[in-house]
Design a protein around this ligand. Structure first.
Ligand code: PLP
Length: 456
C-alpha cells in the first residue's frame, strides 16, 4: 500500500488523486488539465496548500466553517465522545446524551415554537426528510392529496434525488431524470438579472405573487409546502427585495401552506442573526439545518420542526431515519460549536461589528467598472459582473466565462471566492477580523482589475 501524506510533492498527490478520486461538481478534464489544489491545513480564516501558499478562505469551505478553522476544543470533544460512545443509533425508542443535549439546545436557539429536531447526516438528507414529513403531516390530517411542494428556480436544496429535485438548478435536473414528480418550481426574486423595468420593490411583490398564482393553478388542496432559502446561496447570493418575504408569509398563512426555510447556509449566524428567518422576518414551520451547525467539523444536519407538525408526526410511526441520525460524535461536536458561537459572542459581534464593516467595504466594490450590483446580508455577499452597469447587461459569451476568469484571478491572489455564472460570491468564517476583511477586499479588488484587463 502506498503511504500517502502531506509531505509528498504536489504533482504526486495530484496524480494519485486523479487516478482514484471522483470529485463532486468537477469536470474530469478540468482536473487533468489544471491539476487539483491540495489543501494541507487551515487555521482561522486561512488555508495552506501543498505548495505552502496561504489562502484567505472567503467561502468558509462550503459556507460552513462559521467559527473558523483550527479550534482544538472541537477535536477534544470528538475524541472524548469517540472514547465514551463512538456510535449508537436513535431508532426504536433509543437515545443518547449528545442527541438529547443538541436537540434541547436547538429548541432553545430556534425562534417561535420550533421545538423539535429530526437529525440527518447532511442538508440534502434533511430536505428529503422534510419532503416526506410534510406529505405525511397532511396525510395524517386527512388531506393525503396535499402532496405538491413548491420551490424556486435556481434554488439549491441538495444533491440527493429529493434535494436536487427540490432545487431548481437546470444543469442538475439534466442529469439522472430529475425532478421527481410532485415538485413545482416558480421564478426566483433575482431583480438584477430578471427585474426588467420594475423597481426592486415591485419585482419582489410580483415574484412573491407567483407563489399565489401557482397555488391557485395547482389547487390549494394539492399543495403541501413551500420551501426556500431565506437568502439564496448557491444560486449566487440573491438577496430578495424587501417586499418579497412579507408577501410570501402572507400567502403561506392565507392558504395554509407549510413554510420550510432552508437554513443550511443562512443558519447559525451567517446573516448576522442566529437564523436567516429572523433576519428576513419569517415564521417557518420547519427549518433545514446543516453546515454551520457543526461549523463543518463533523457531518450533521437536521430539521427543526414546530410543535403542531411534530405532534401530528409523533402520532404515527414515521418510517424514516438515517443510520447517522443524531450521530453521537457529530452531535457532541455540534453542541461544542454552538457553545463557542454563543459564549464567544461570535454571532453578536458579527451582526453588530464585523458584518456592517464588511458591508460598507463590499458595497464600495460596486464602483469598480466591472461590477454591477454588490449585495450583502451579514456574512454572505455577491457582486454581479457586467459590461454595462446602467443597462444591467450580461457578457455576450457564456456568462460563466467571466466568472471563471475572475475566480482564477482570485486564486492567483490567494483568495478563495466562488463564481456562479457571472456573480462572484463570498461567505467567510464569521470570525473574520476587520484587518482580514481589509485583505479580502484588497485581494478581490486586485482580482477584479486583472479580470477587467484580461476580459476587455
Ligand atoms: N440546502 C442549502 C440551502 C444548501 O446550500 C445546501 C448545500 O450547499 C444543501 C441544502 C445541501 O446540504 P449538504 O451538502 O449538506 O447535503
Amino acid at each position: 500500500m502506498i503511504q500517502i501524506s502531506n509531505h509528498m510533492p504536489t504533482k504526486e498527490l495530484q496524480a494519485l488523486d486523479a487516478a482514484h478520486h471522483m470529485h463532486p461538481f468537477t469536470a474530469g478534464n478540468e482536473l487533468a488539465e489544471k491539476g487539483v489544489r491540495v489543501i494541507t491545513r487551515a487555521n482561522g480564516v486561512t488555508l495552506t496548500d501543498s505548495e505552502g501558499n496561504e489562502i484567505l478562505d472567503a467561502m468558509a469551505g462550503l459556507w460552513c466553517v462559521n467559527i473558523g478553522y483550527g479550534r482544538e476544543e472541537l477535536a477534544e470533544v470528538a475524541a472524548r465522545q469517540m472514547r465514551e460512545l463512538p456510535y449508537y443509533n436513535t431508532f426504536f425508542q433509543t437515545t443518547h446524551v449528545p442527541a438529547i443535549a443538541l436537540a434541547n439546545r436547538l429548541a432553545e436557539l430556534a425562534p417561535g415554537d420550533l421545538n423539535h429536531v429530526f437529525f440527518a447526516g447532511s442538508g440534502s438528507e434533511a430536505n428529503d426528510t422534510n419532503m416526506r414529513m410534510v406529505r405525511t403531516y397532511w396525510a395524517q390530517k386527512g388531506k393525503p392529496e396535499k402532496q405538491i411542494i413548491i420551490s424556486r428556480k435556481n434554488a439549491y436544496h441538495g444533491s440527493t434525488m429529493g434535494g436536487a429535485s427540490l432545487g431548481g438548478m437546470t444543469p442538475m435536473h439534466a442529469q439522472g431524470g430529475l425532478p421527481i414528480p410532485g415538485i413545482h418550481h416558480i421564478d426566483q426574486p433575482n431583480w438584477w438579472a430578471e427585474g426588467g423595468d420594475m423597481s426592486p420593490e415591485e419585482f419582489g411583490l410580483a415574484r412573491a405573487r407567483a407563489l399565489e398564482e401557482a397555488i391557485l393553478e395547482l389547487g390549494e388542496d394539492k399543495v403541501a409546502a413551500f420551501i426556500a432559502e431565506p437568502v439564496q446561496g448557491a444560486g449566487g447570493v440573491i438577496v430578495p427585495p424587501e417586499t418579497y418575504w412579507p408577501e410570501i408569509q402572507r400567502i403561506c398563512d392565507k392558504y395554509e401552506i407549510l413554510l420550510i426555510a432552508d437554513e443550511v447556509i443562512c443558519g447559525f449566524g451567517r446573516t448576522g442573526q442566529w437564523f436567516g428567518s429572523q433576519t428576513m422576518g419569517i415564521r417557518p414551520h420547519i427549518m433545514t439545518i446543516a453546515k454551520g451547525l457543526s461549523s463543518g467539523y463533523a457531518p450533521i444536519g437536521g430539521s427543526i420542526v414546530c410543535d403542531e407538525v411534530a405532534e401530528v408526526i409523533g402520532a404515527c410511526e414515521f418510517n424514516h431515519g438515517y443510520t447517522y441520525s443524531g450521530h453521537p460524535v457529530a452531535a457532541a461536536v455540534a453542541l461544542e460549536n454552538l457553545r463557542i458561537l454563543d459564549e464567544e459572542k461570535i454571532v453578536e459581534t458579527c451582526g453588530a461589528e464585523t458584518a456592517p464593516y464588511l458591508k460598507q467595504k463590499w458595497e464600495a466594490l460596486a464602483d469598480h467598472p466591472l461590477v454591477g450590483e454588490a449585495r450583502i446580508v451579514g456574512m454572505m455577499g455577491s457582486i454581479a459582473l457586467t459590461p454595462d452597469k446602467a443597462s444591467r447587461a450580461r457578457f455576450a459569451s457564456d456568462p460563466g466565462t467571466i466568472g471563471l476568469i475572475c475566480r482564477e484571478r482570485c486564486f492567483a491572489n490567494n483568495l478563495v471566492m466562488r463564481h456562479v455564472g457571472d456573480r462572484m460570491i463570498i461567505s467567510p468564517p464569521l470570525v473574520i477580523s476587520k484587518s482580514e476583511i481589509d485583505a479580502l477586499i484588497e485581494r478581490a479588488s486586485r482580482a477584479l482589475d486583472e479580470c477587467l484587463a484580461q476580459a476587455t
